[in-house]
Design a protein around this ligand. Sequence first.
Ligand code: ZN
Ligand code: ZN
Ligand code: FE
Length: 785
Amino acid sequence: MVGLSEVVSLYAIHVQGIVQGVGFRPFVFRLAQELQLQGTVANDGRGVHIRLAGTTEQVERFVQKLRSAAPPAARISSLEVEVLAPFETAELELAPGFHILPSTDACSNGNVACAAISPDLATCGDCRAEIFDPANRRFRYPFTNCTNCGPRFTISARIPYDRPNTSMRVFPMCTACRQEYDNPLDRRFHAQPNACPVCGPQLSWHDANGTLLTGDTLSMAAVALQEGAVVAIKGLGGFHLAVDATNNTAVLKLRQRKQRPAKPLAVMVADLATARSYCQITVQEAELLTSAAHPIVLLEVRKTGGLAPTIAPGLGIIGLMLAYTPLHHLLLAEEAAPPALVMTSGNPSDSPICTQNSDALRRLQGLADYFLLHNRDILTRVDDSVLRVMAGAPRLIRRARGYAPAPIVLAQPCANILACGAEMKNTFCIVRNNEAYLSQHIGTLRNTEAFDFYEESIAHLQEVLECTPDRLACDLHPDYLSTRHARRRMLPLCAVQHHHAHALAVMAEYGLDGEVLALILDGAGYGADGTVFGGELYRVTRARYQRLASLAPLPLPGGDQAVAQPWRLALAWLWQYGALGEGDRACPLSTVSLPPALERISPEKRRQISSLLQKNLNCPPCSSAGRLFDAVSALLGLCLYSEYEGQAAMLLEQQASLARPNEKSVLYPVQIDENGSIRRIETSYLCRAVLQDCTAGCSVPAVAWRFHHWLAESWRTAVAQLSRETGLTKILLAGGCMQNKILLEMLVAGLAADGMQVYAGVEVPANDGGISLGQAFYTGDKTCA
Ligand code: ZN
Ligand code: ZN
Ligand code: FE
């Protein structure tokens, strides 16, 4: 008698997700050999297909290992096991042993390509060891990679991910590299960018005018950096501008040339130990820094660490990343190299990061003293990703290198959709089957260069995914360039309200269904009534939203100008409650004197704003939480003029983090007006309390903390009321203000304590970088006009 578990059958296993170009087939091969199973493995446009002869037990063990021991960069989105036939038939079909079959381009699914291209991967430990080993043939070779690491998305023109479809096609492999590439047991088996000093890309070193300089490139670059020069370095997804991060004069020179006086700059160091000397790093943050993506992580900086103070003026956190290409490792290991480098995106202010050598030499002229170039082309721009560990999870703030274009798997299949996003920090999203491909961070779509990058990237991702949209989605805002792009394409189009899209991005990420509450604290978004929204509690389904509560609106004197000049908001806020002591309003606050910060604003300017407000001229009302942050930040004198998006709020958050325990005993009163059609979080008591604290000489950190606490408590109260009324207990948190760690953690803790189930984006940014996913999710459910 043969027991059931000993019956040998032929099985088919289909694996989808990021399983190509990440060493998956060699892994399957080794696993089958280890378990002494007979069969084959092959790639096609849909994924990896395995045939295996074995008992149920053996195959179960194989599948379990397939999931648990997969290569670090692989991401399995689906795995199906099928029993094909009993063993006798199997024997006829399979040659003895285990075999890797050649790839087939053709897709078995009616020509729909399903394979995903892996994001770019940071240099692995094995490759790092090789480039520092004088006996290795790749010693000091800056383009070393293997199936576990190296460029992917940035060098890909289309699928399948094979060398002729990448920018490595112009480098024919030498015999030694070819042998590695062809050997199933080699770490470089089918490593498409495989290269060595004999056959692969090379570095070159140029002066400010682009003239080639000869010598040892790496050591010349290190010396230039040591001497305080600004060096343009061609990287994985674009150029960086680098300077010595411990040399304040050099940092100031870079700031002055880039005309970027205050925006925080990212820093790169060689390894975790060096990172720890500059920053406080938790276990979770260390894992993130050293993950396959090697992103920029926002970390608490050590004051005595020795980084230049002008790297992030006024802030206690910096964006730090570890070296993620062999070039970075080699450069930082040079004897003359500074221990930390500022690595800011290589672009003139507000335009996209440069990728081509000629483009960099032209556009970065006057910014860089030297150029460190190479001849491997970058086929799509990808900036460094940015994450912050908040409320217990690493959350994406800028989703780009190492993350794009990994798909977000949707709970239901959708039509082929292109969602065009909004304006700030923009991304777009392409949906294919049940996978949503959120693009890399594109940036703010306000100039032609950014718009060209946007259109190029759409074309590139459509090509890479072999996907042509048959529906489009955009923001309700008629003037966004992304909306215009959508309208020009003459396809069925859905316009999605900005904050509804924010909420739906979280729903899509968590695969939620049905009806939920959503709290969106944001900069600005076009409201359904044409006014500016941004501090909203919605009741949301995939198809609909209802506004339940909102922040009391604040006038924006001068419209967009008020966004760049927070002092205008401070004045508008005071005027609203009569604290300026003029005009026809009742003056409940007129007995309070103005805080000293506003005395810096000339009487002339103050009169201008008062006049705009009194005549209600170009003062659009705005319920944005971001603008309320701006007003408080300006009242405290932290930020009267904003140089970059979110500056006023970031400075306020930083101050709040400095508040002492005894300063947290005084709380500002929560004030909710329940009489209108929706609930209003009123701010007149808050305004009075802030003014009183300011004039009483209360510390800035105390006021900043109390404001954060007030905002979180106000919404917590409103949510509790509306949860009782609606019976809904799930709440989504989104919008740009959710990048504020103190606010997010207060909200998550408070709402959870009230029994709510709280969801906030992890894979998808809370800021407008997540909007396109929400738009796509909405559109997948709709028949558009
Ligand atoms: Zn490697
Ligand atoms: Zn070679
Ligand atoms: Fe937004």
